[in-house]
Each structure stands twice: as C-alpha cells, then as structure tokens.
Design a protein around this ligand. Structure first.
Ligand SMILES: [Zn+2]
Ligand SMILES: [Zn+2]
Length: 393
C-alpha cells in the first residue's frame, strides 16, 4: 500500500508549493482550509469542520470491518515571518511564511489520505485525519480536542519535517524516539505592586523595581536548588516593564516569562514555586505580587510501544540505517501534539530534510527556512504504513 506514495511524489511537491504560496497564521486559516477541503472532496473523503477555528477532521472508514481507530495529524498554520528566499512558489502574503514546514505536513497527510482512501477496502477500522490550526501559539490541538476529535481514538501519530532535532541528521532520516522528546511550554505573568514616590525619598513609598529585581534573582534559585540535576528545566524572564522617569519610583512592575520542562511533576512544582517566591519576596519588602500562570502545553511524551511500532514501520520502508530511535537529549522546544498524547498512546516523529547543499538546513522560523522536497513521499508512506498496520494488526 505504502508504495503508492512513491508515485505521488510530484503531486506532493505541487501541493506543498501551492500551500507555501498562501500562508496564514493563527486559528483562522480560510484559504488553507479551503485548499485542504477541496483535495479531500477530490479524493472522496468526508470531513467535519471545527466550529471555533479552521481545524477539521477527515474520516476514512475501512470496508473490511469495524475495528480500531488511528489518528494522523498535520498542522496548517504559518508564521509572521517575511520570506527571504526567491522562488516561483514564494509566499504571496506579505509578512507571512510557512517557515516551520507545516505546508509539507499538510501535503504529506493529504498524500497519505489519498492512498488510504483508495485502499479502504483493505482496511479494518477507521482512520481519522486531523488538520489543526494554530500549532505555533499552541491553541490548535486544544480546540480540536474540545470539538471532540479524540473520541474513540486508539492511537495518534504526527510527523514534523525539518531540522528540529539536529541539522546534522541527514535528509530523509526518520527520528522516532520512545519517551519524552520535547518540552512543556508555559507562560507566567507577575505584577509587582508597590507605592510610587519621588526618587529621592524611597522611604516614603515601596519600590517595586527593587522588589522585581529580587524576584528575578530568586526565581532562578528554583532551577539551581529545587529541580533535581537530572531533570531538565528552563525558566526565562523575557520581558520586564518598569518605570517611566529616572527620578520617579513607579507603583507597578510587570514581569513575563516562560518555563520549559521535560516532566509534568517538575512543571507543576515550578509553577507553584513561582507564585510562592514572588508573593513572599514582595511581602518581605513591603510590597505585593500577583502571579498568573497561562498553561501552555505538556511535554511531548511518546508511548514506548507505539514509538517502537512506528519505528518498525519506518524501517520496513526506508531500511534500518534511515531510522534513528535514540538521540542525546530531547528538544527543549514545545509542540501541542503533546495534548493528543495525553489522551491516547502514540508517537511524534521527526523527518529530517536537512541538506546543506540544498540550503535546507536553516533553522525553523528563519526567513531562510526551506525543506528538501525529495523526502515528502517518505512522510506519506510512513503514515500509510502505520495506519494500515495498526488497523489490520
Ligand atoms: Zn514552528
Ligand atoms: Zn512546527
């Protein structure tokens, strides 16, 4: 069945380029959704649209009998980046670009959909195809889930193209690793409240800038002294808003930052300690702190058995030397695919398309990011193999 994907290569490139020209960002992606839906109609595949955003779920029903349900996912959103590469498929939308390869994800999943639909008589069970919006701001998967996409799903798989794990992994290799492979991503806001006054008489007020400085230093002690050395965690404060004149003590300071972890327990502990330390530090110096956590996404936790199964499928197509099943360390970036993995076992896979000679090893989100289109068929073929083997096992 997967061999049909080899014949699809030109069509996959064409779809990827057509999608590359019309990048859209965020939750509402009208042109992208229309493109995907037109292809699904052409293939005779039914789908349901999300009510809250541009996400959609397509369904292929196997005709060999009822059985399990496997879900395959692609994300559809682009980035607010101005494309820096000239080509005849360059972005037509000023200031927007598919700089993370999600155009390729849609093409690969559409290719797999076509093949699976053509072979539906041989399938026992159901394939659900997730086309989600807004991966970059990590709201898309949560929306899909609240619209019910995971109902009845027994396993879920997704692939990210590019050079996320390492640009030294040569193009065409799959990376399928059991366990944690990407980090959580949460955002926190701290409002430090003091009492404004003249800069010459700090004793008449409460200086929130001084308090904020102590909070910023104290929060790093969580990483240094409270997180076990063998558990990776990052706490970064990326934004501080304070003051308006050199000789005025303001009444408020705003602090904003992000926490990345590889373990849900560590993640929850850090969030609790951010609030405790901020509030108590502020109190020590006669001020107040209000802390808010905006929960983003959990770590990407691949199921051991499903990762093993997916790697076996990839090996049967590509050969042993093109499938990597362990890496020196997980990636501290985040992916909202993690949300699906909390509800069903599965695996998030990486398809390398890094080729220095083809200039496809630029970092993700760069205006120069590009993919090696020669590997697109592999993404479709691995999806087809996983879905068919899972359903017919
Ligand atoms: Zn991205
Ligand atoms: Zn991405």
């Amino acid at each position: 069945m997967w061999r049909d994907c080899l014949k699809l290569q030109d069509e996959l490139v064409k779809m990827r380029r057509e999608l590359h020209r019309i990048p859209e960002t965020g939750l509402i992606l009208p042109l992208t959704r229309e493109y995907v839906e037109n292809k699904l109609k052409e293939y005779g595949i039914s789908y349901t649209e999300n009510k809250t955003d541009s996400g959609l779920v397509a369904i292929i029903k196997g005709e060999k009998g009822t059985g399990r349900t496997v879900a395959l996912r692609a994300d559809m959103d682009a980035l607010p980046v101005n494309e820096g590469i000239e080509s005849d498929y360059k972005s037509l939308h000023e200031g927007k670009m598919h700089a993370c390869g999600h155009d390729a994800h849609m093409a690969m999943l559409l290719g797999a959909a076509k093949v699976l639909q053509e072979h539906r008589a041989e399938l026992c069970g159901t394939v659900k195809l997730f086309f989600q919006a807004d991966e970059e701001e990590v709201l898309g998967a949560k929306n899909m889930i609240s619209e019910g996409c995971m109902e009845g799903v027994d396993a879920v798989f997704g692939t990210h193209i590019g050079c996320i794990i390492s640009k030294d992994i040569s193009s065409g290799k799959f990376v399928i690793v059991p366990g944690c492979i990407m980090a959580s991503n949460d955002r926190f806001f701290i409002k430090v409240k003091g009492t404004g006054c003249h800069g010459s008489t700090p004793e008449k007020g409460v200086d929130p800038i001084n308090i904020a400085a102590h909070i910023i230093i104290n929060l790093q002690e969580i990483i240094a002294r409270e997180v076990p050395a063998v558990k990776a965690a990052v706490l970064t404060i990326g934004k501080v808003n304070a003051g308006f004149a050199y000789n005025v003590i303001p009444s408020e300071v705003e602090i904003e930052g992000t926490v990345r972890t590889l373990d849900d327990k560590v993640r929850k502990n850090i969030a609790a300690r951010i609030a405790e330390i901020s509030e108590s530090t502020a109190k020590t110096f006669r001020g107040e702190a209000e802390c808010t956590i905006e929960w983003g996404v959990a770590p990407v936790e691949n199921d051991e058995a499903m990762a093993e199964f997916a790697a076996k499928c990839a090996r049967e197509i590509l050969g042993d030397d093109k499938v990597i099943t362990s890496v020196p360390a997980p990636n501290m970036g985040a992916e909202d695919f993690a949300e699906y993995l909390k509800l069903a076992p599965g695996a998030f896979m990486f398809l390398s398309s890094a080729d220095h000679d083809k200039h496809t090893d630029e970092p993700h989100h760069s205006p120069l990011f590009n993919i090696d289109e020669d590997v697109l068929w592999e993404g479709s073929a691995v999806f087809v193999k996983i879905a068919s083997e899972f359903l017919n096992a």
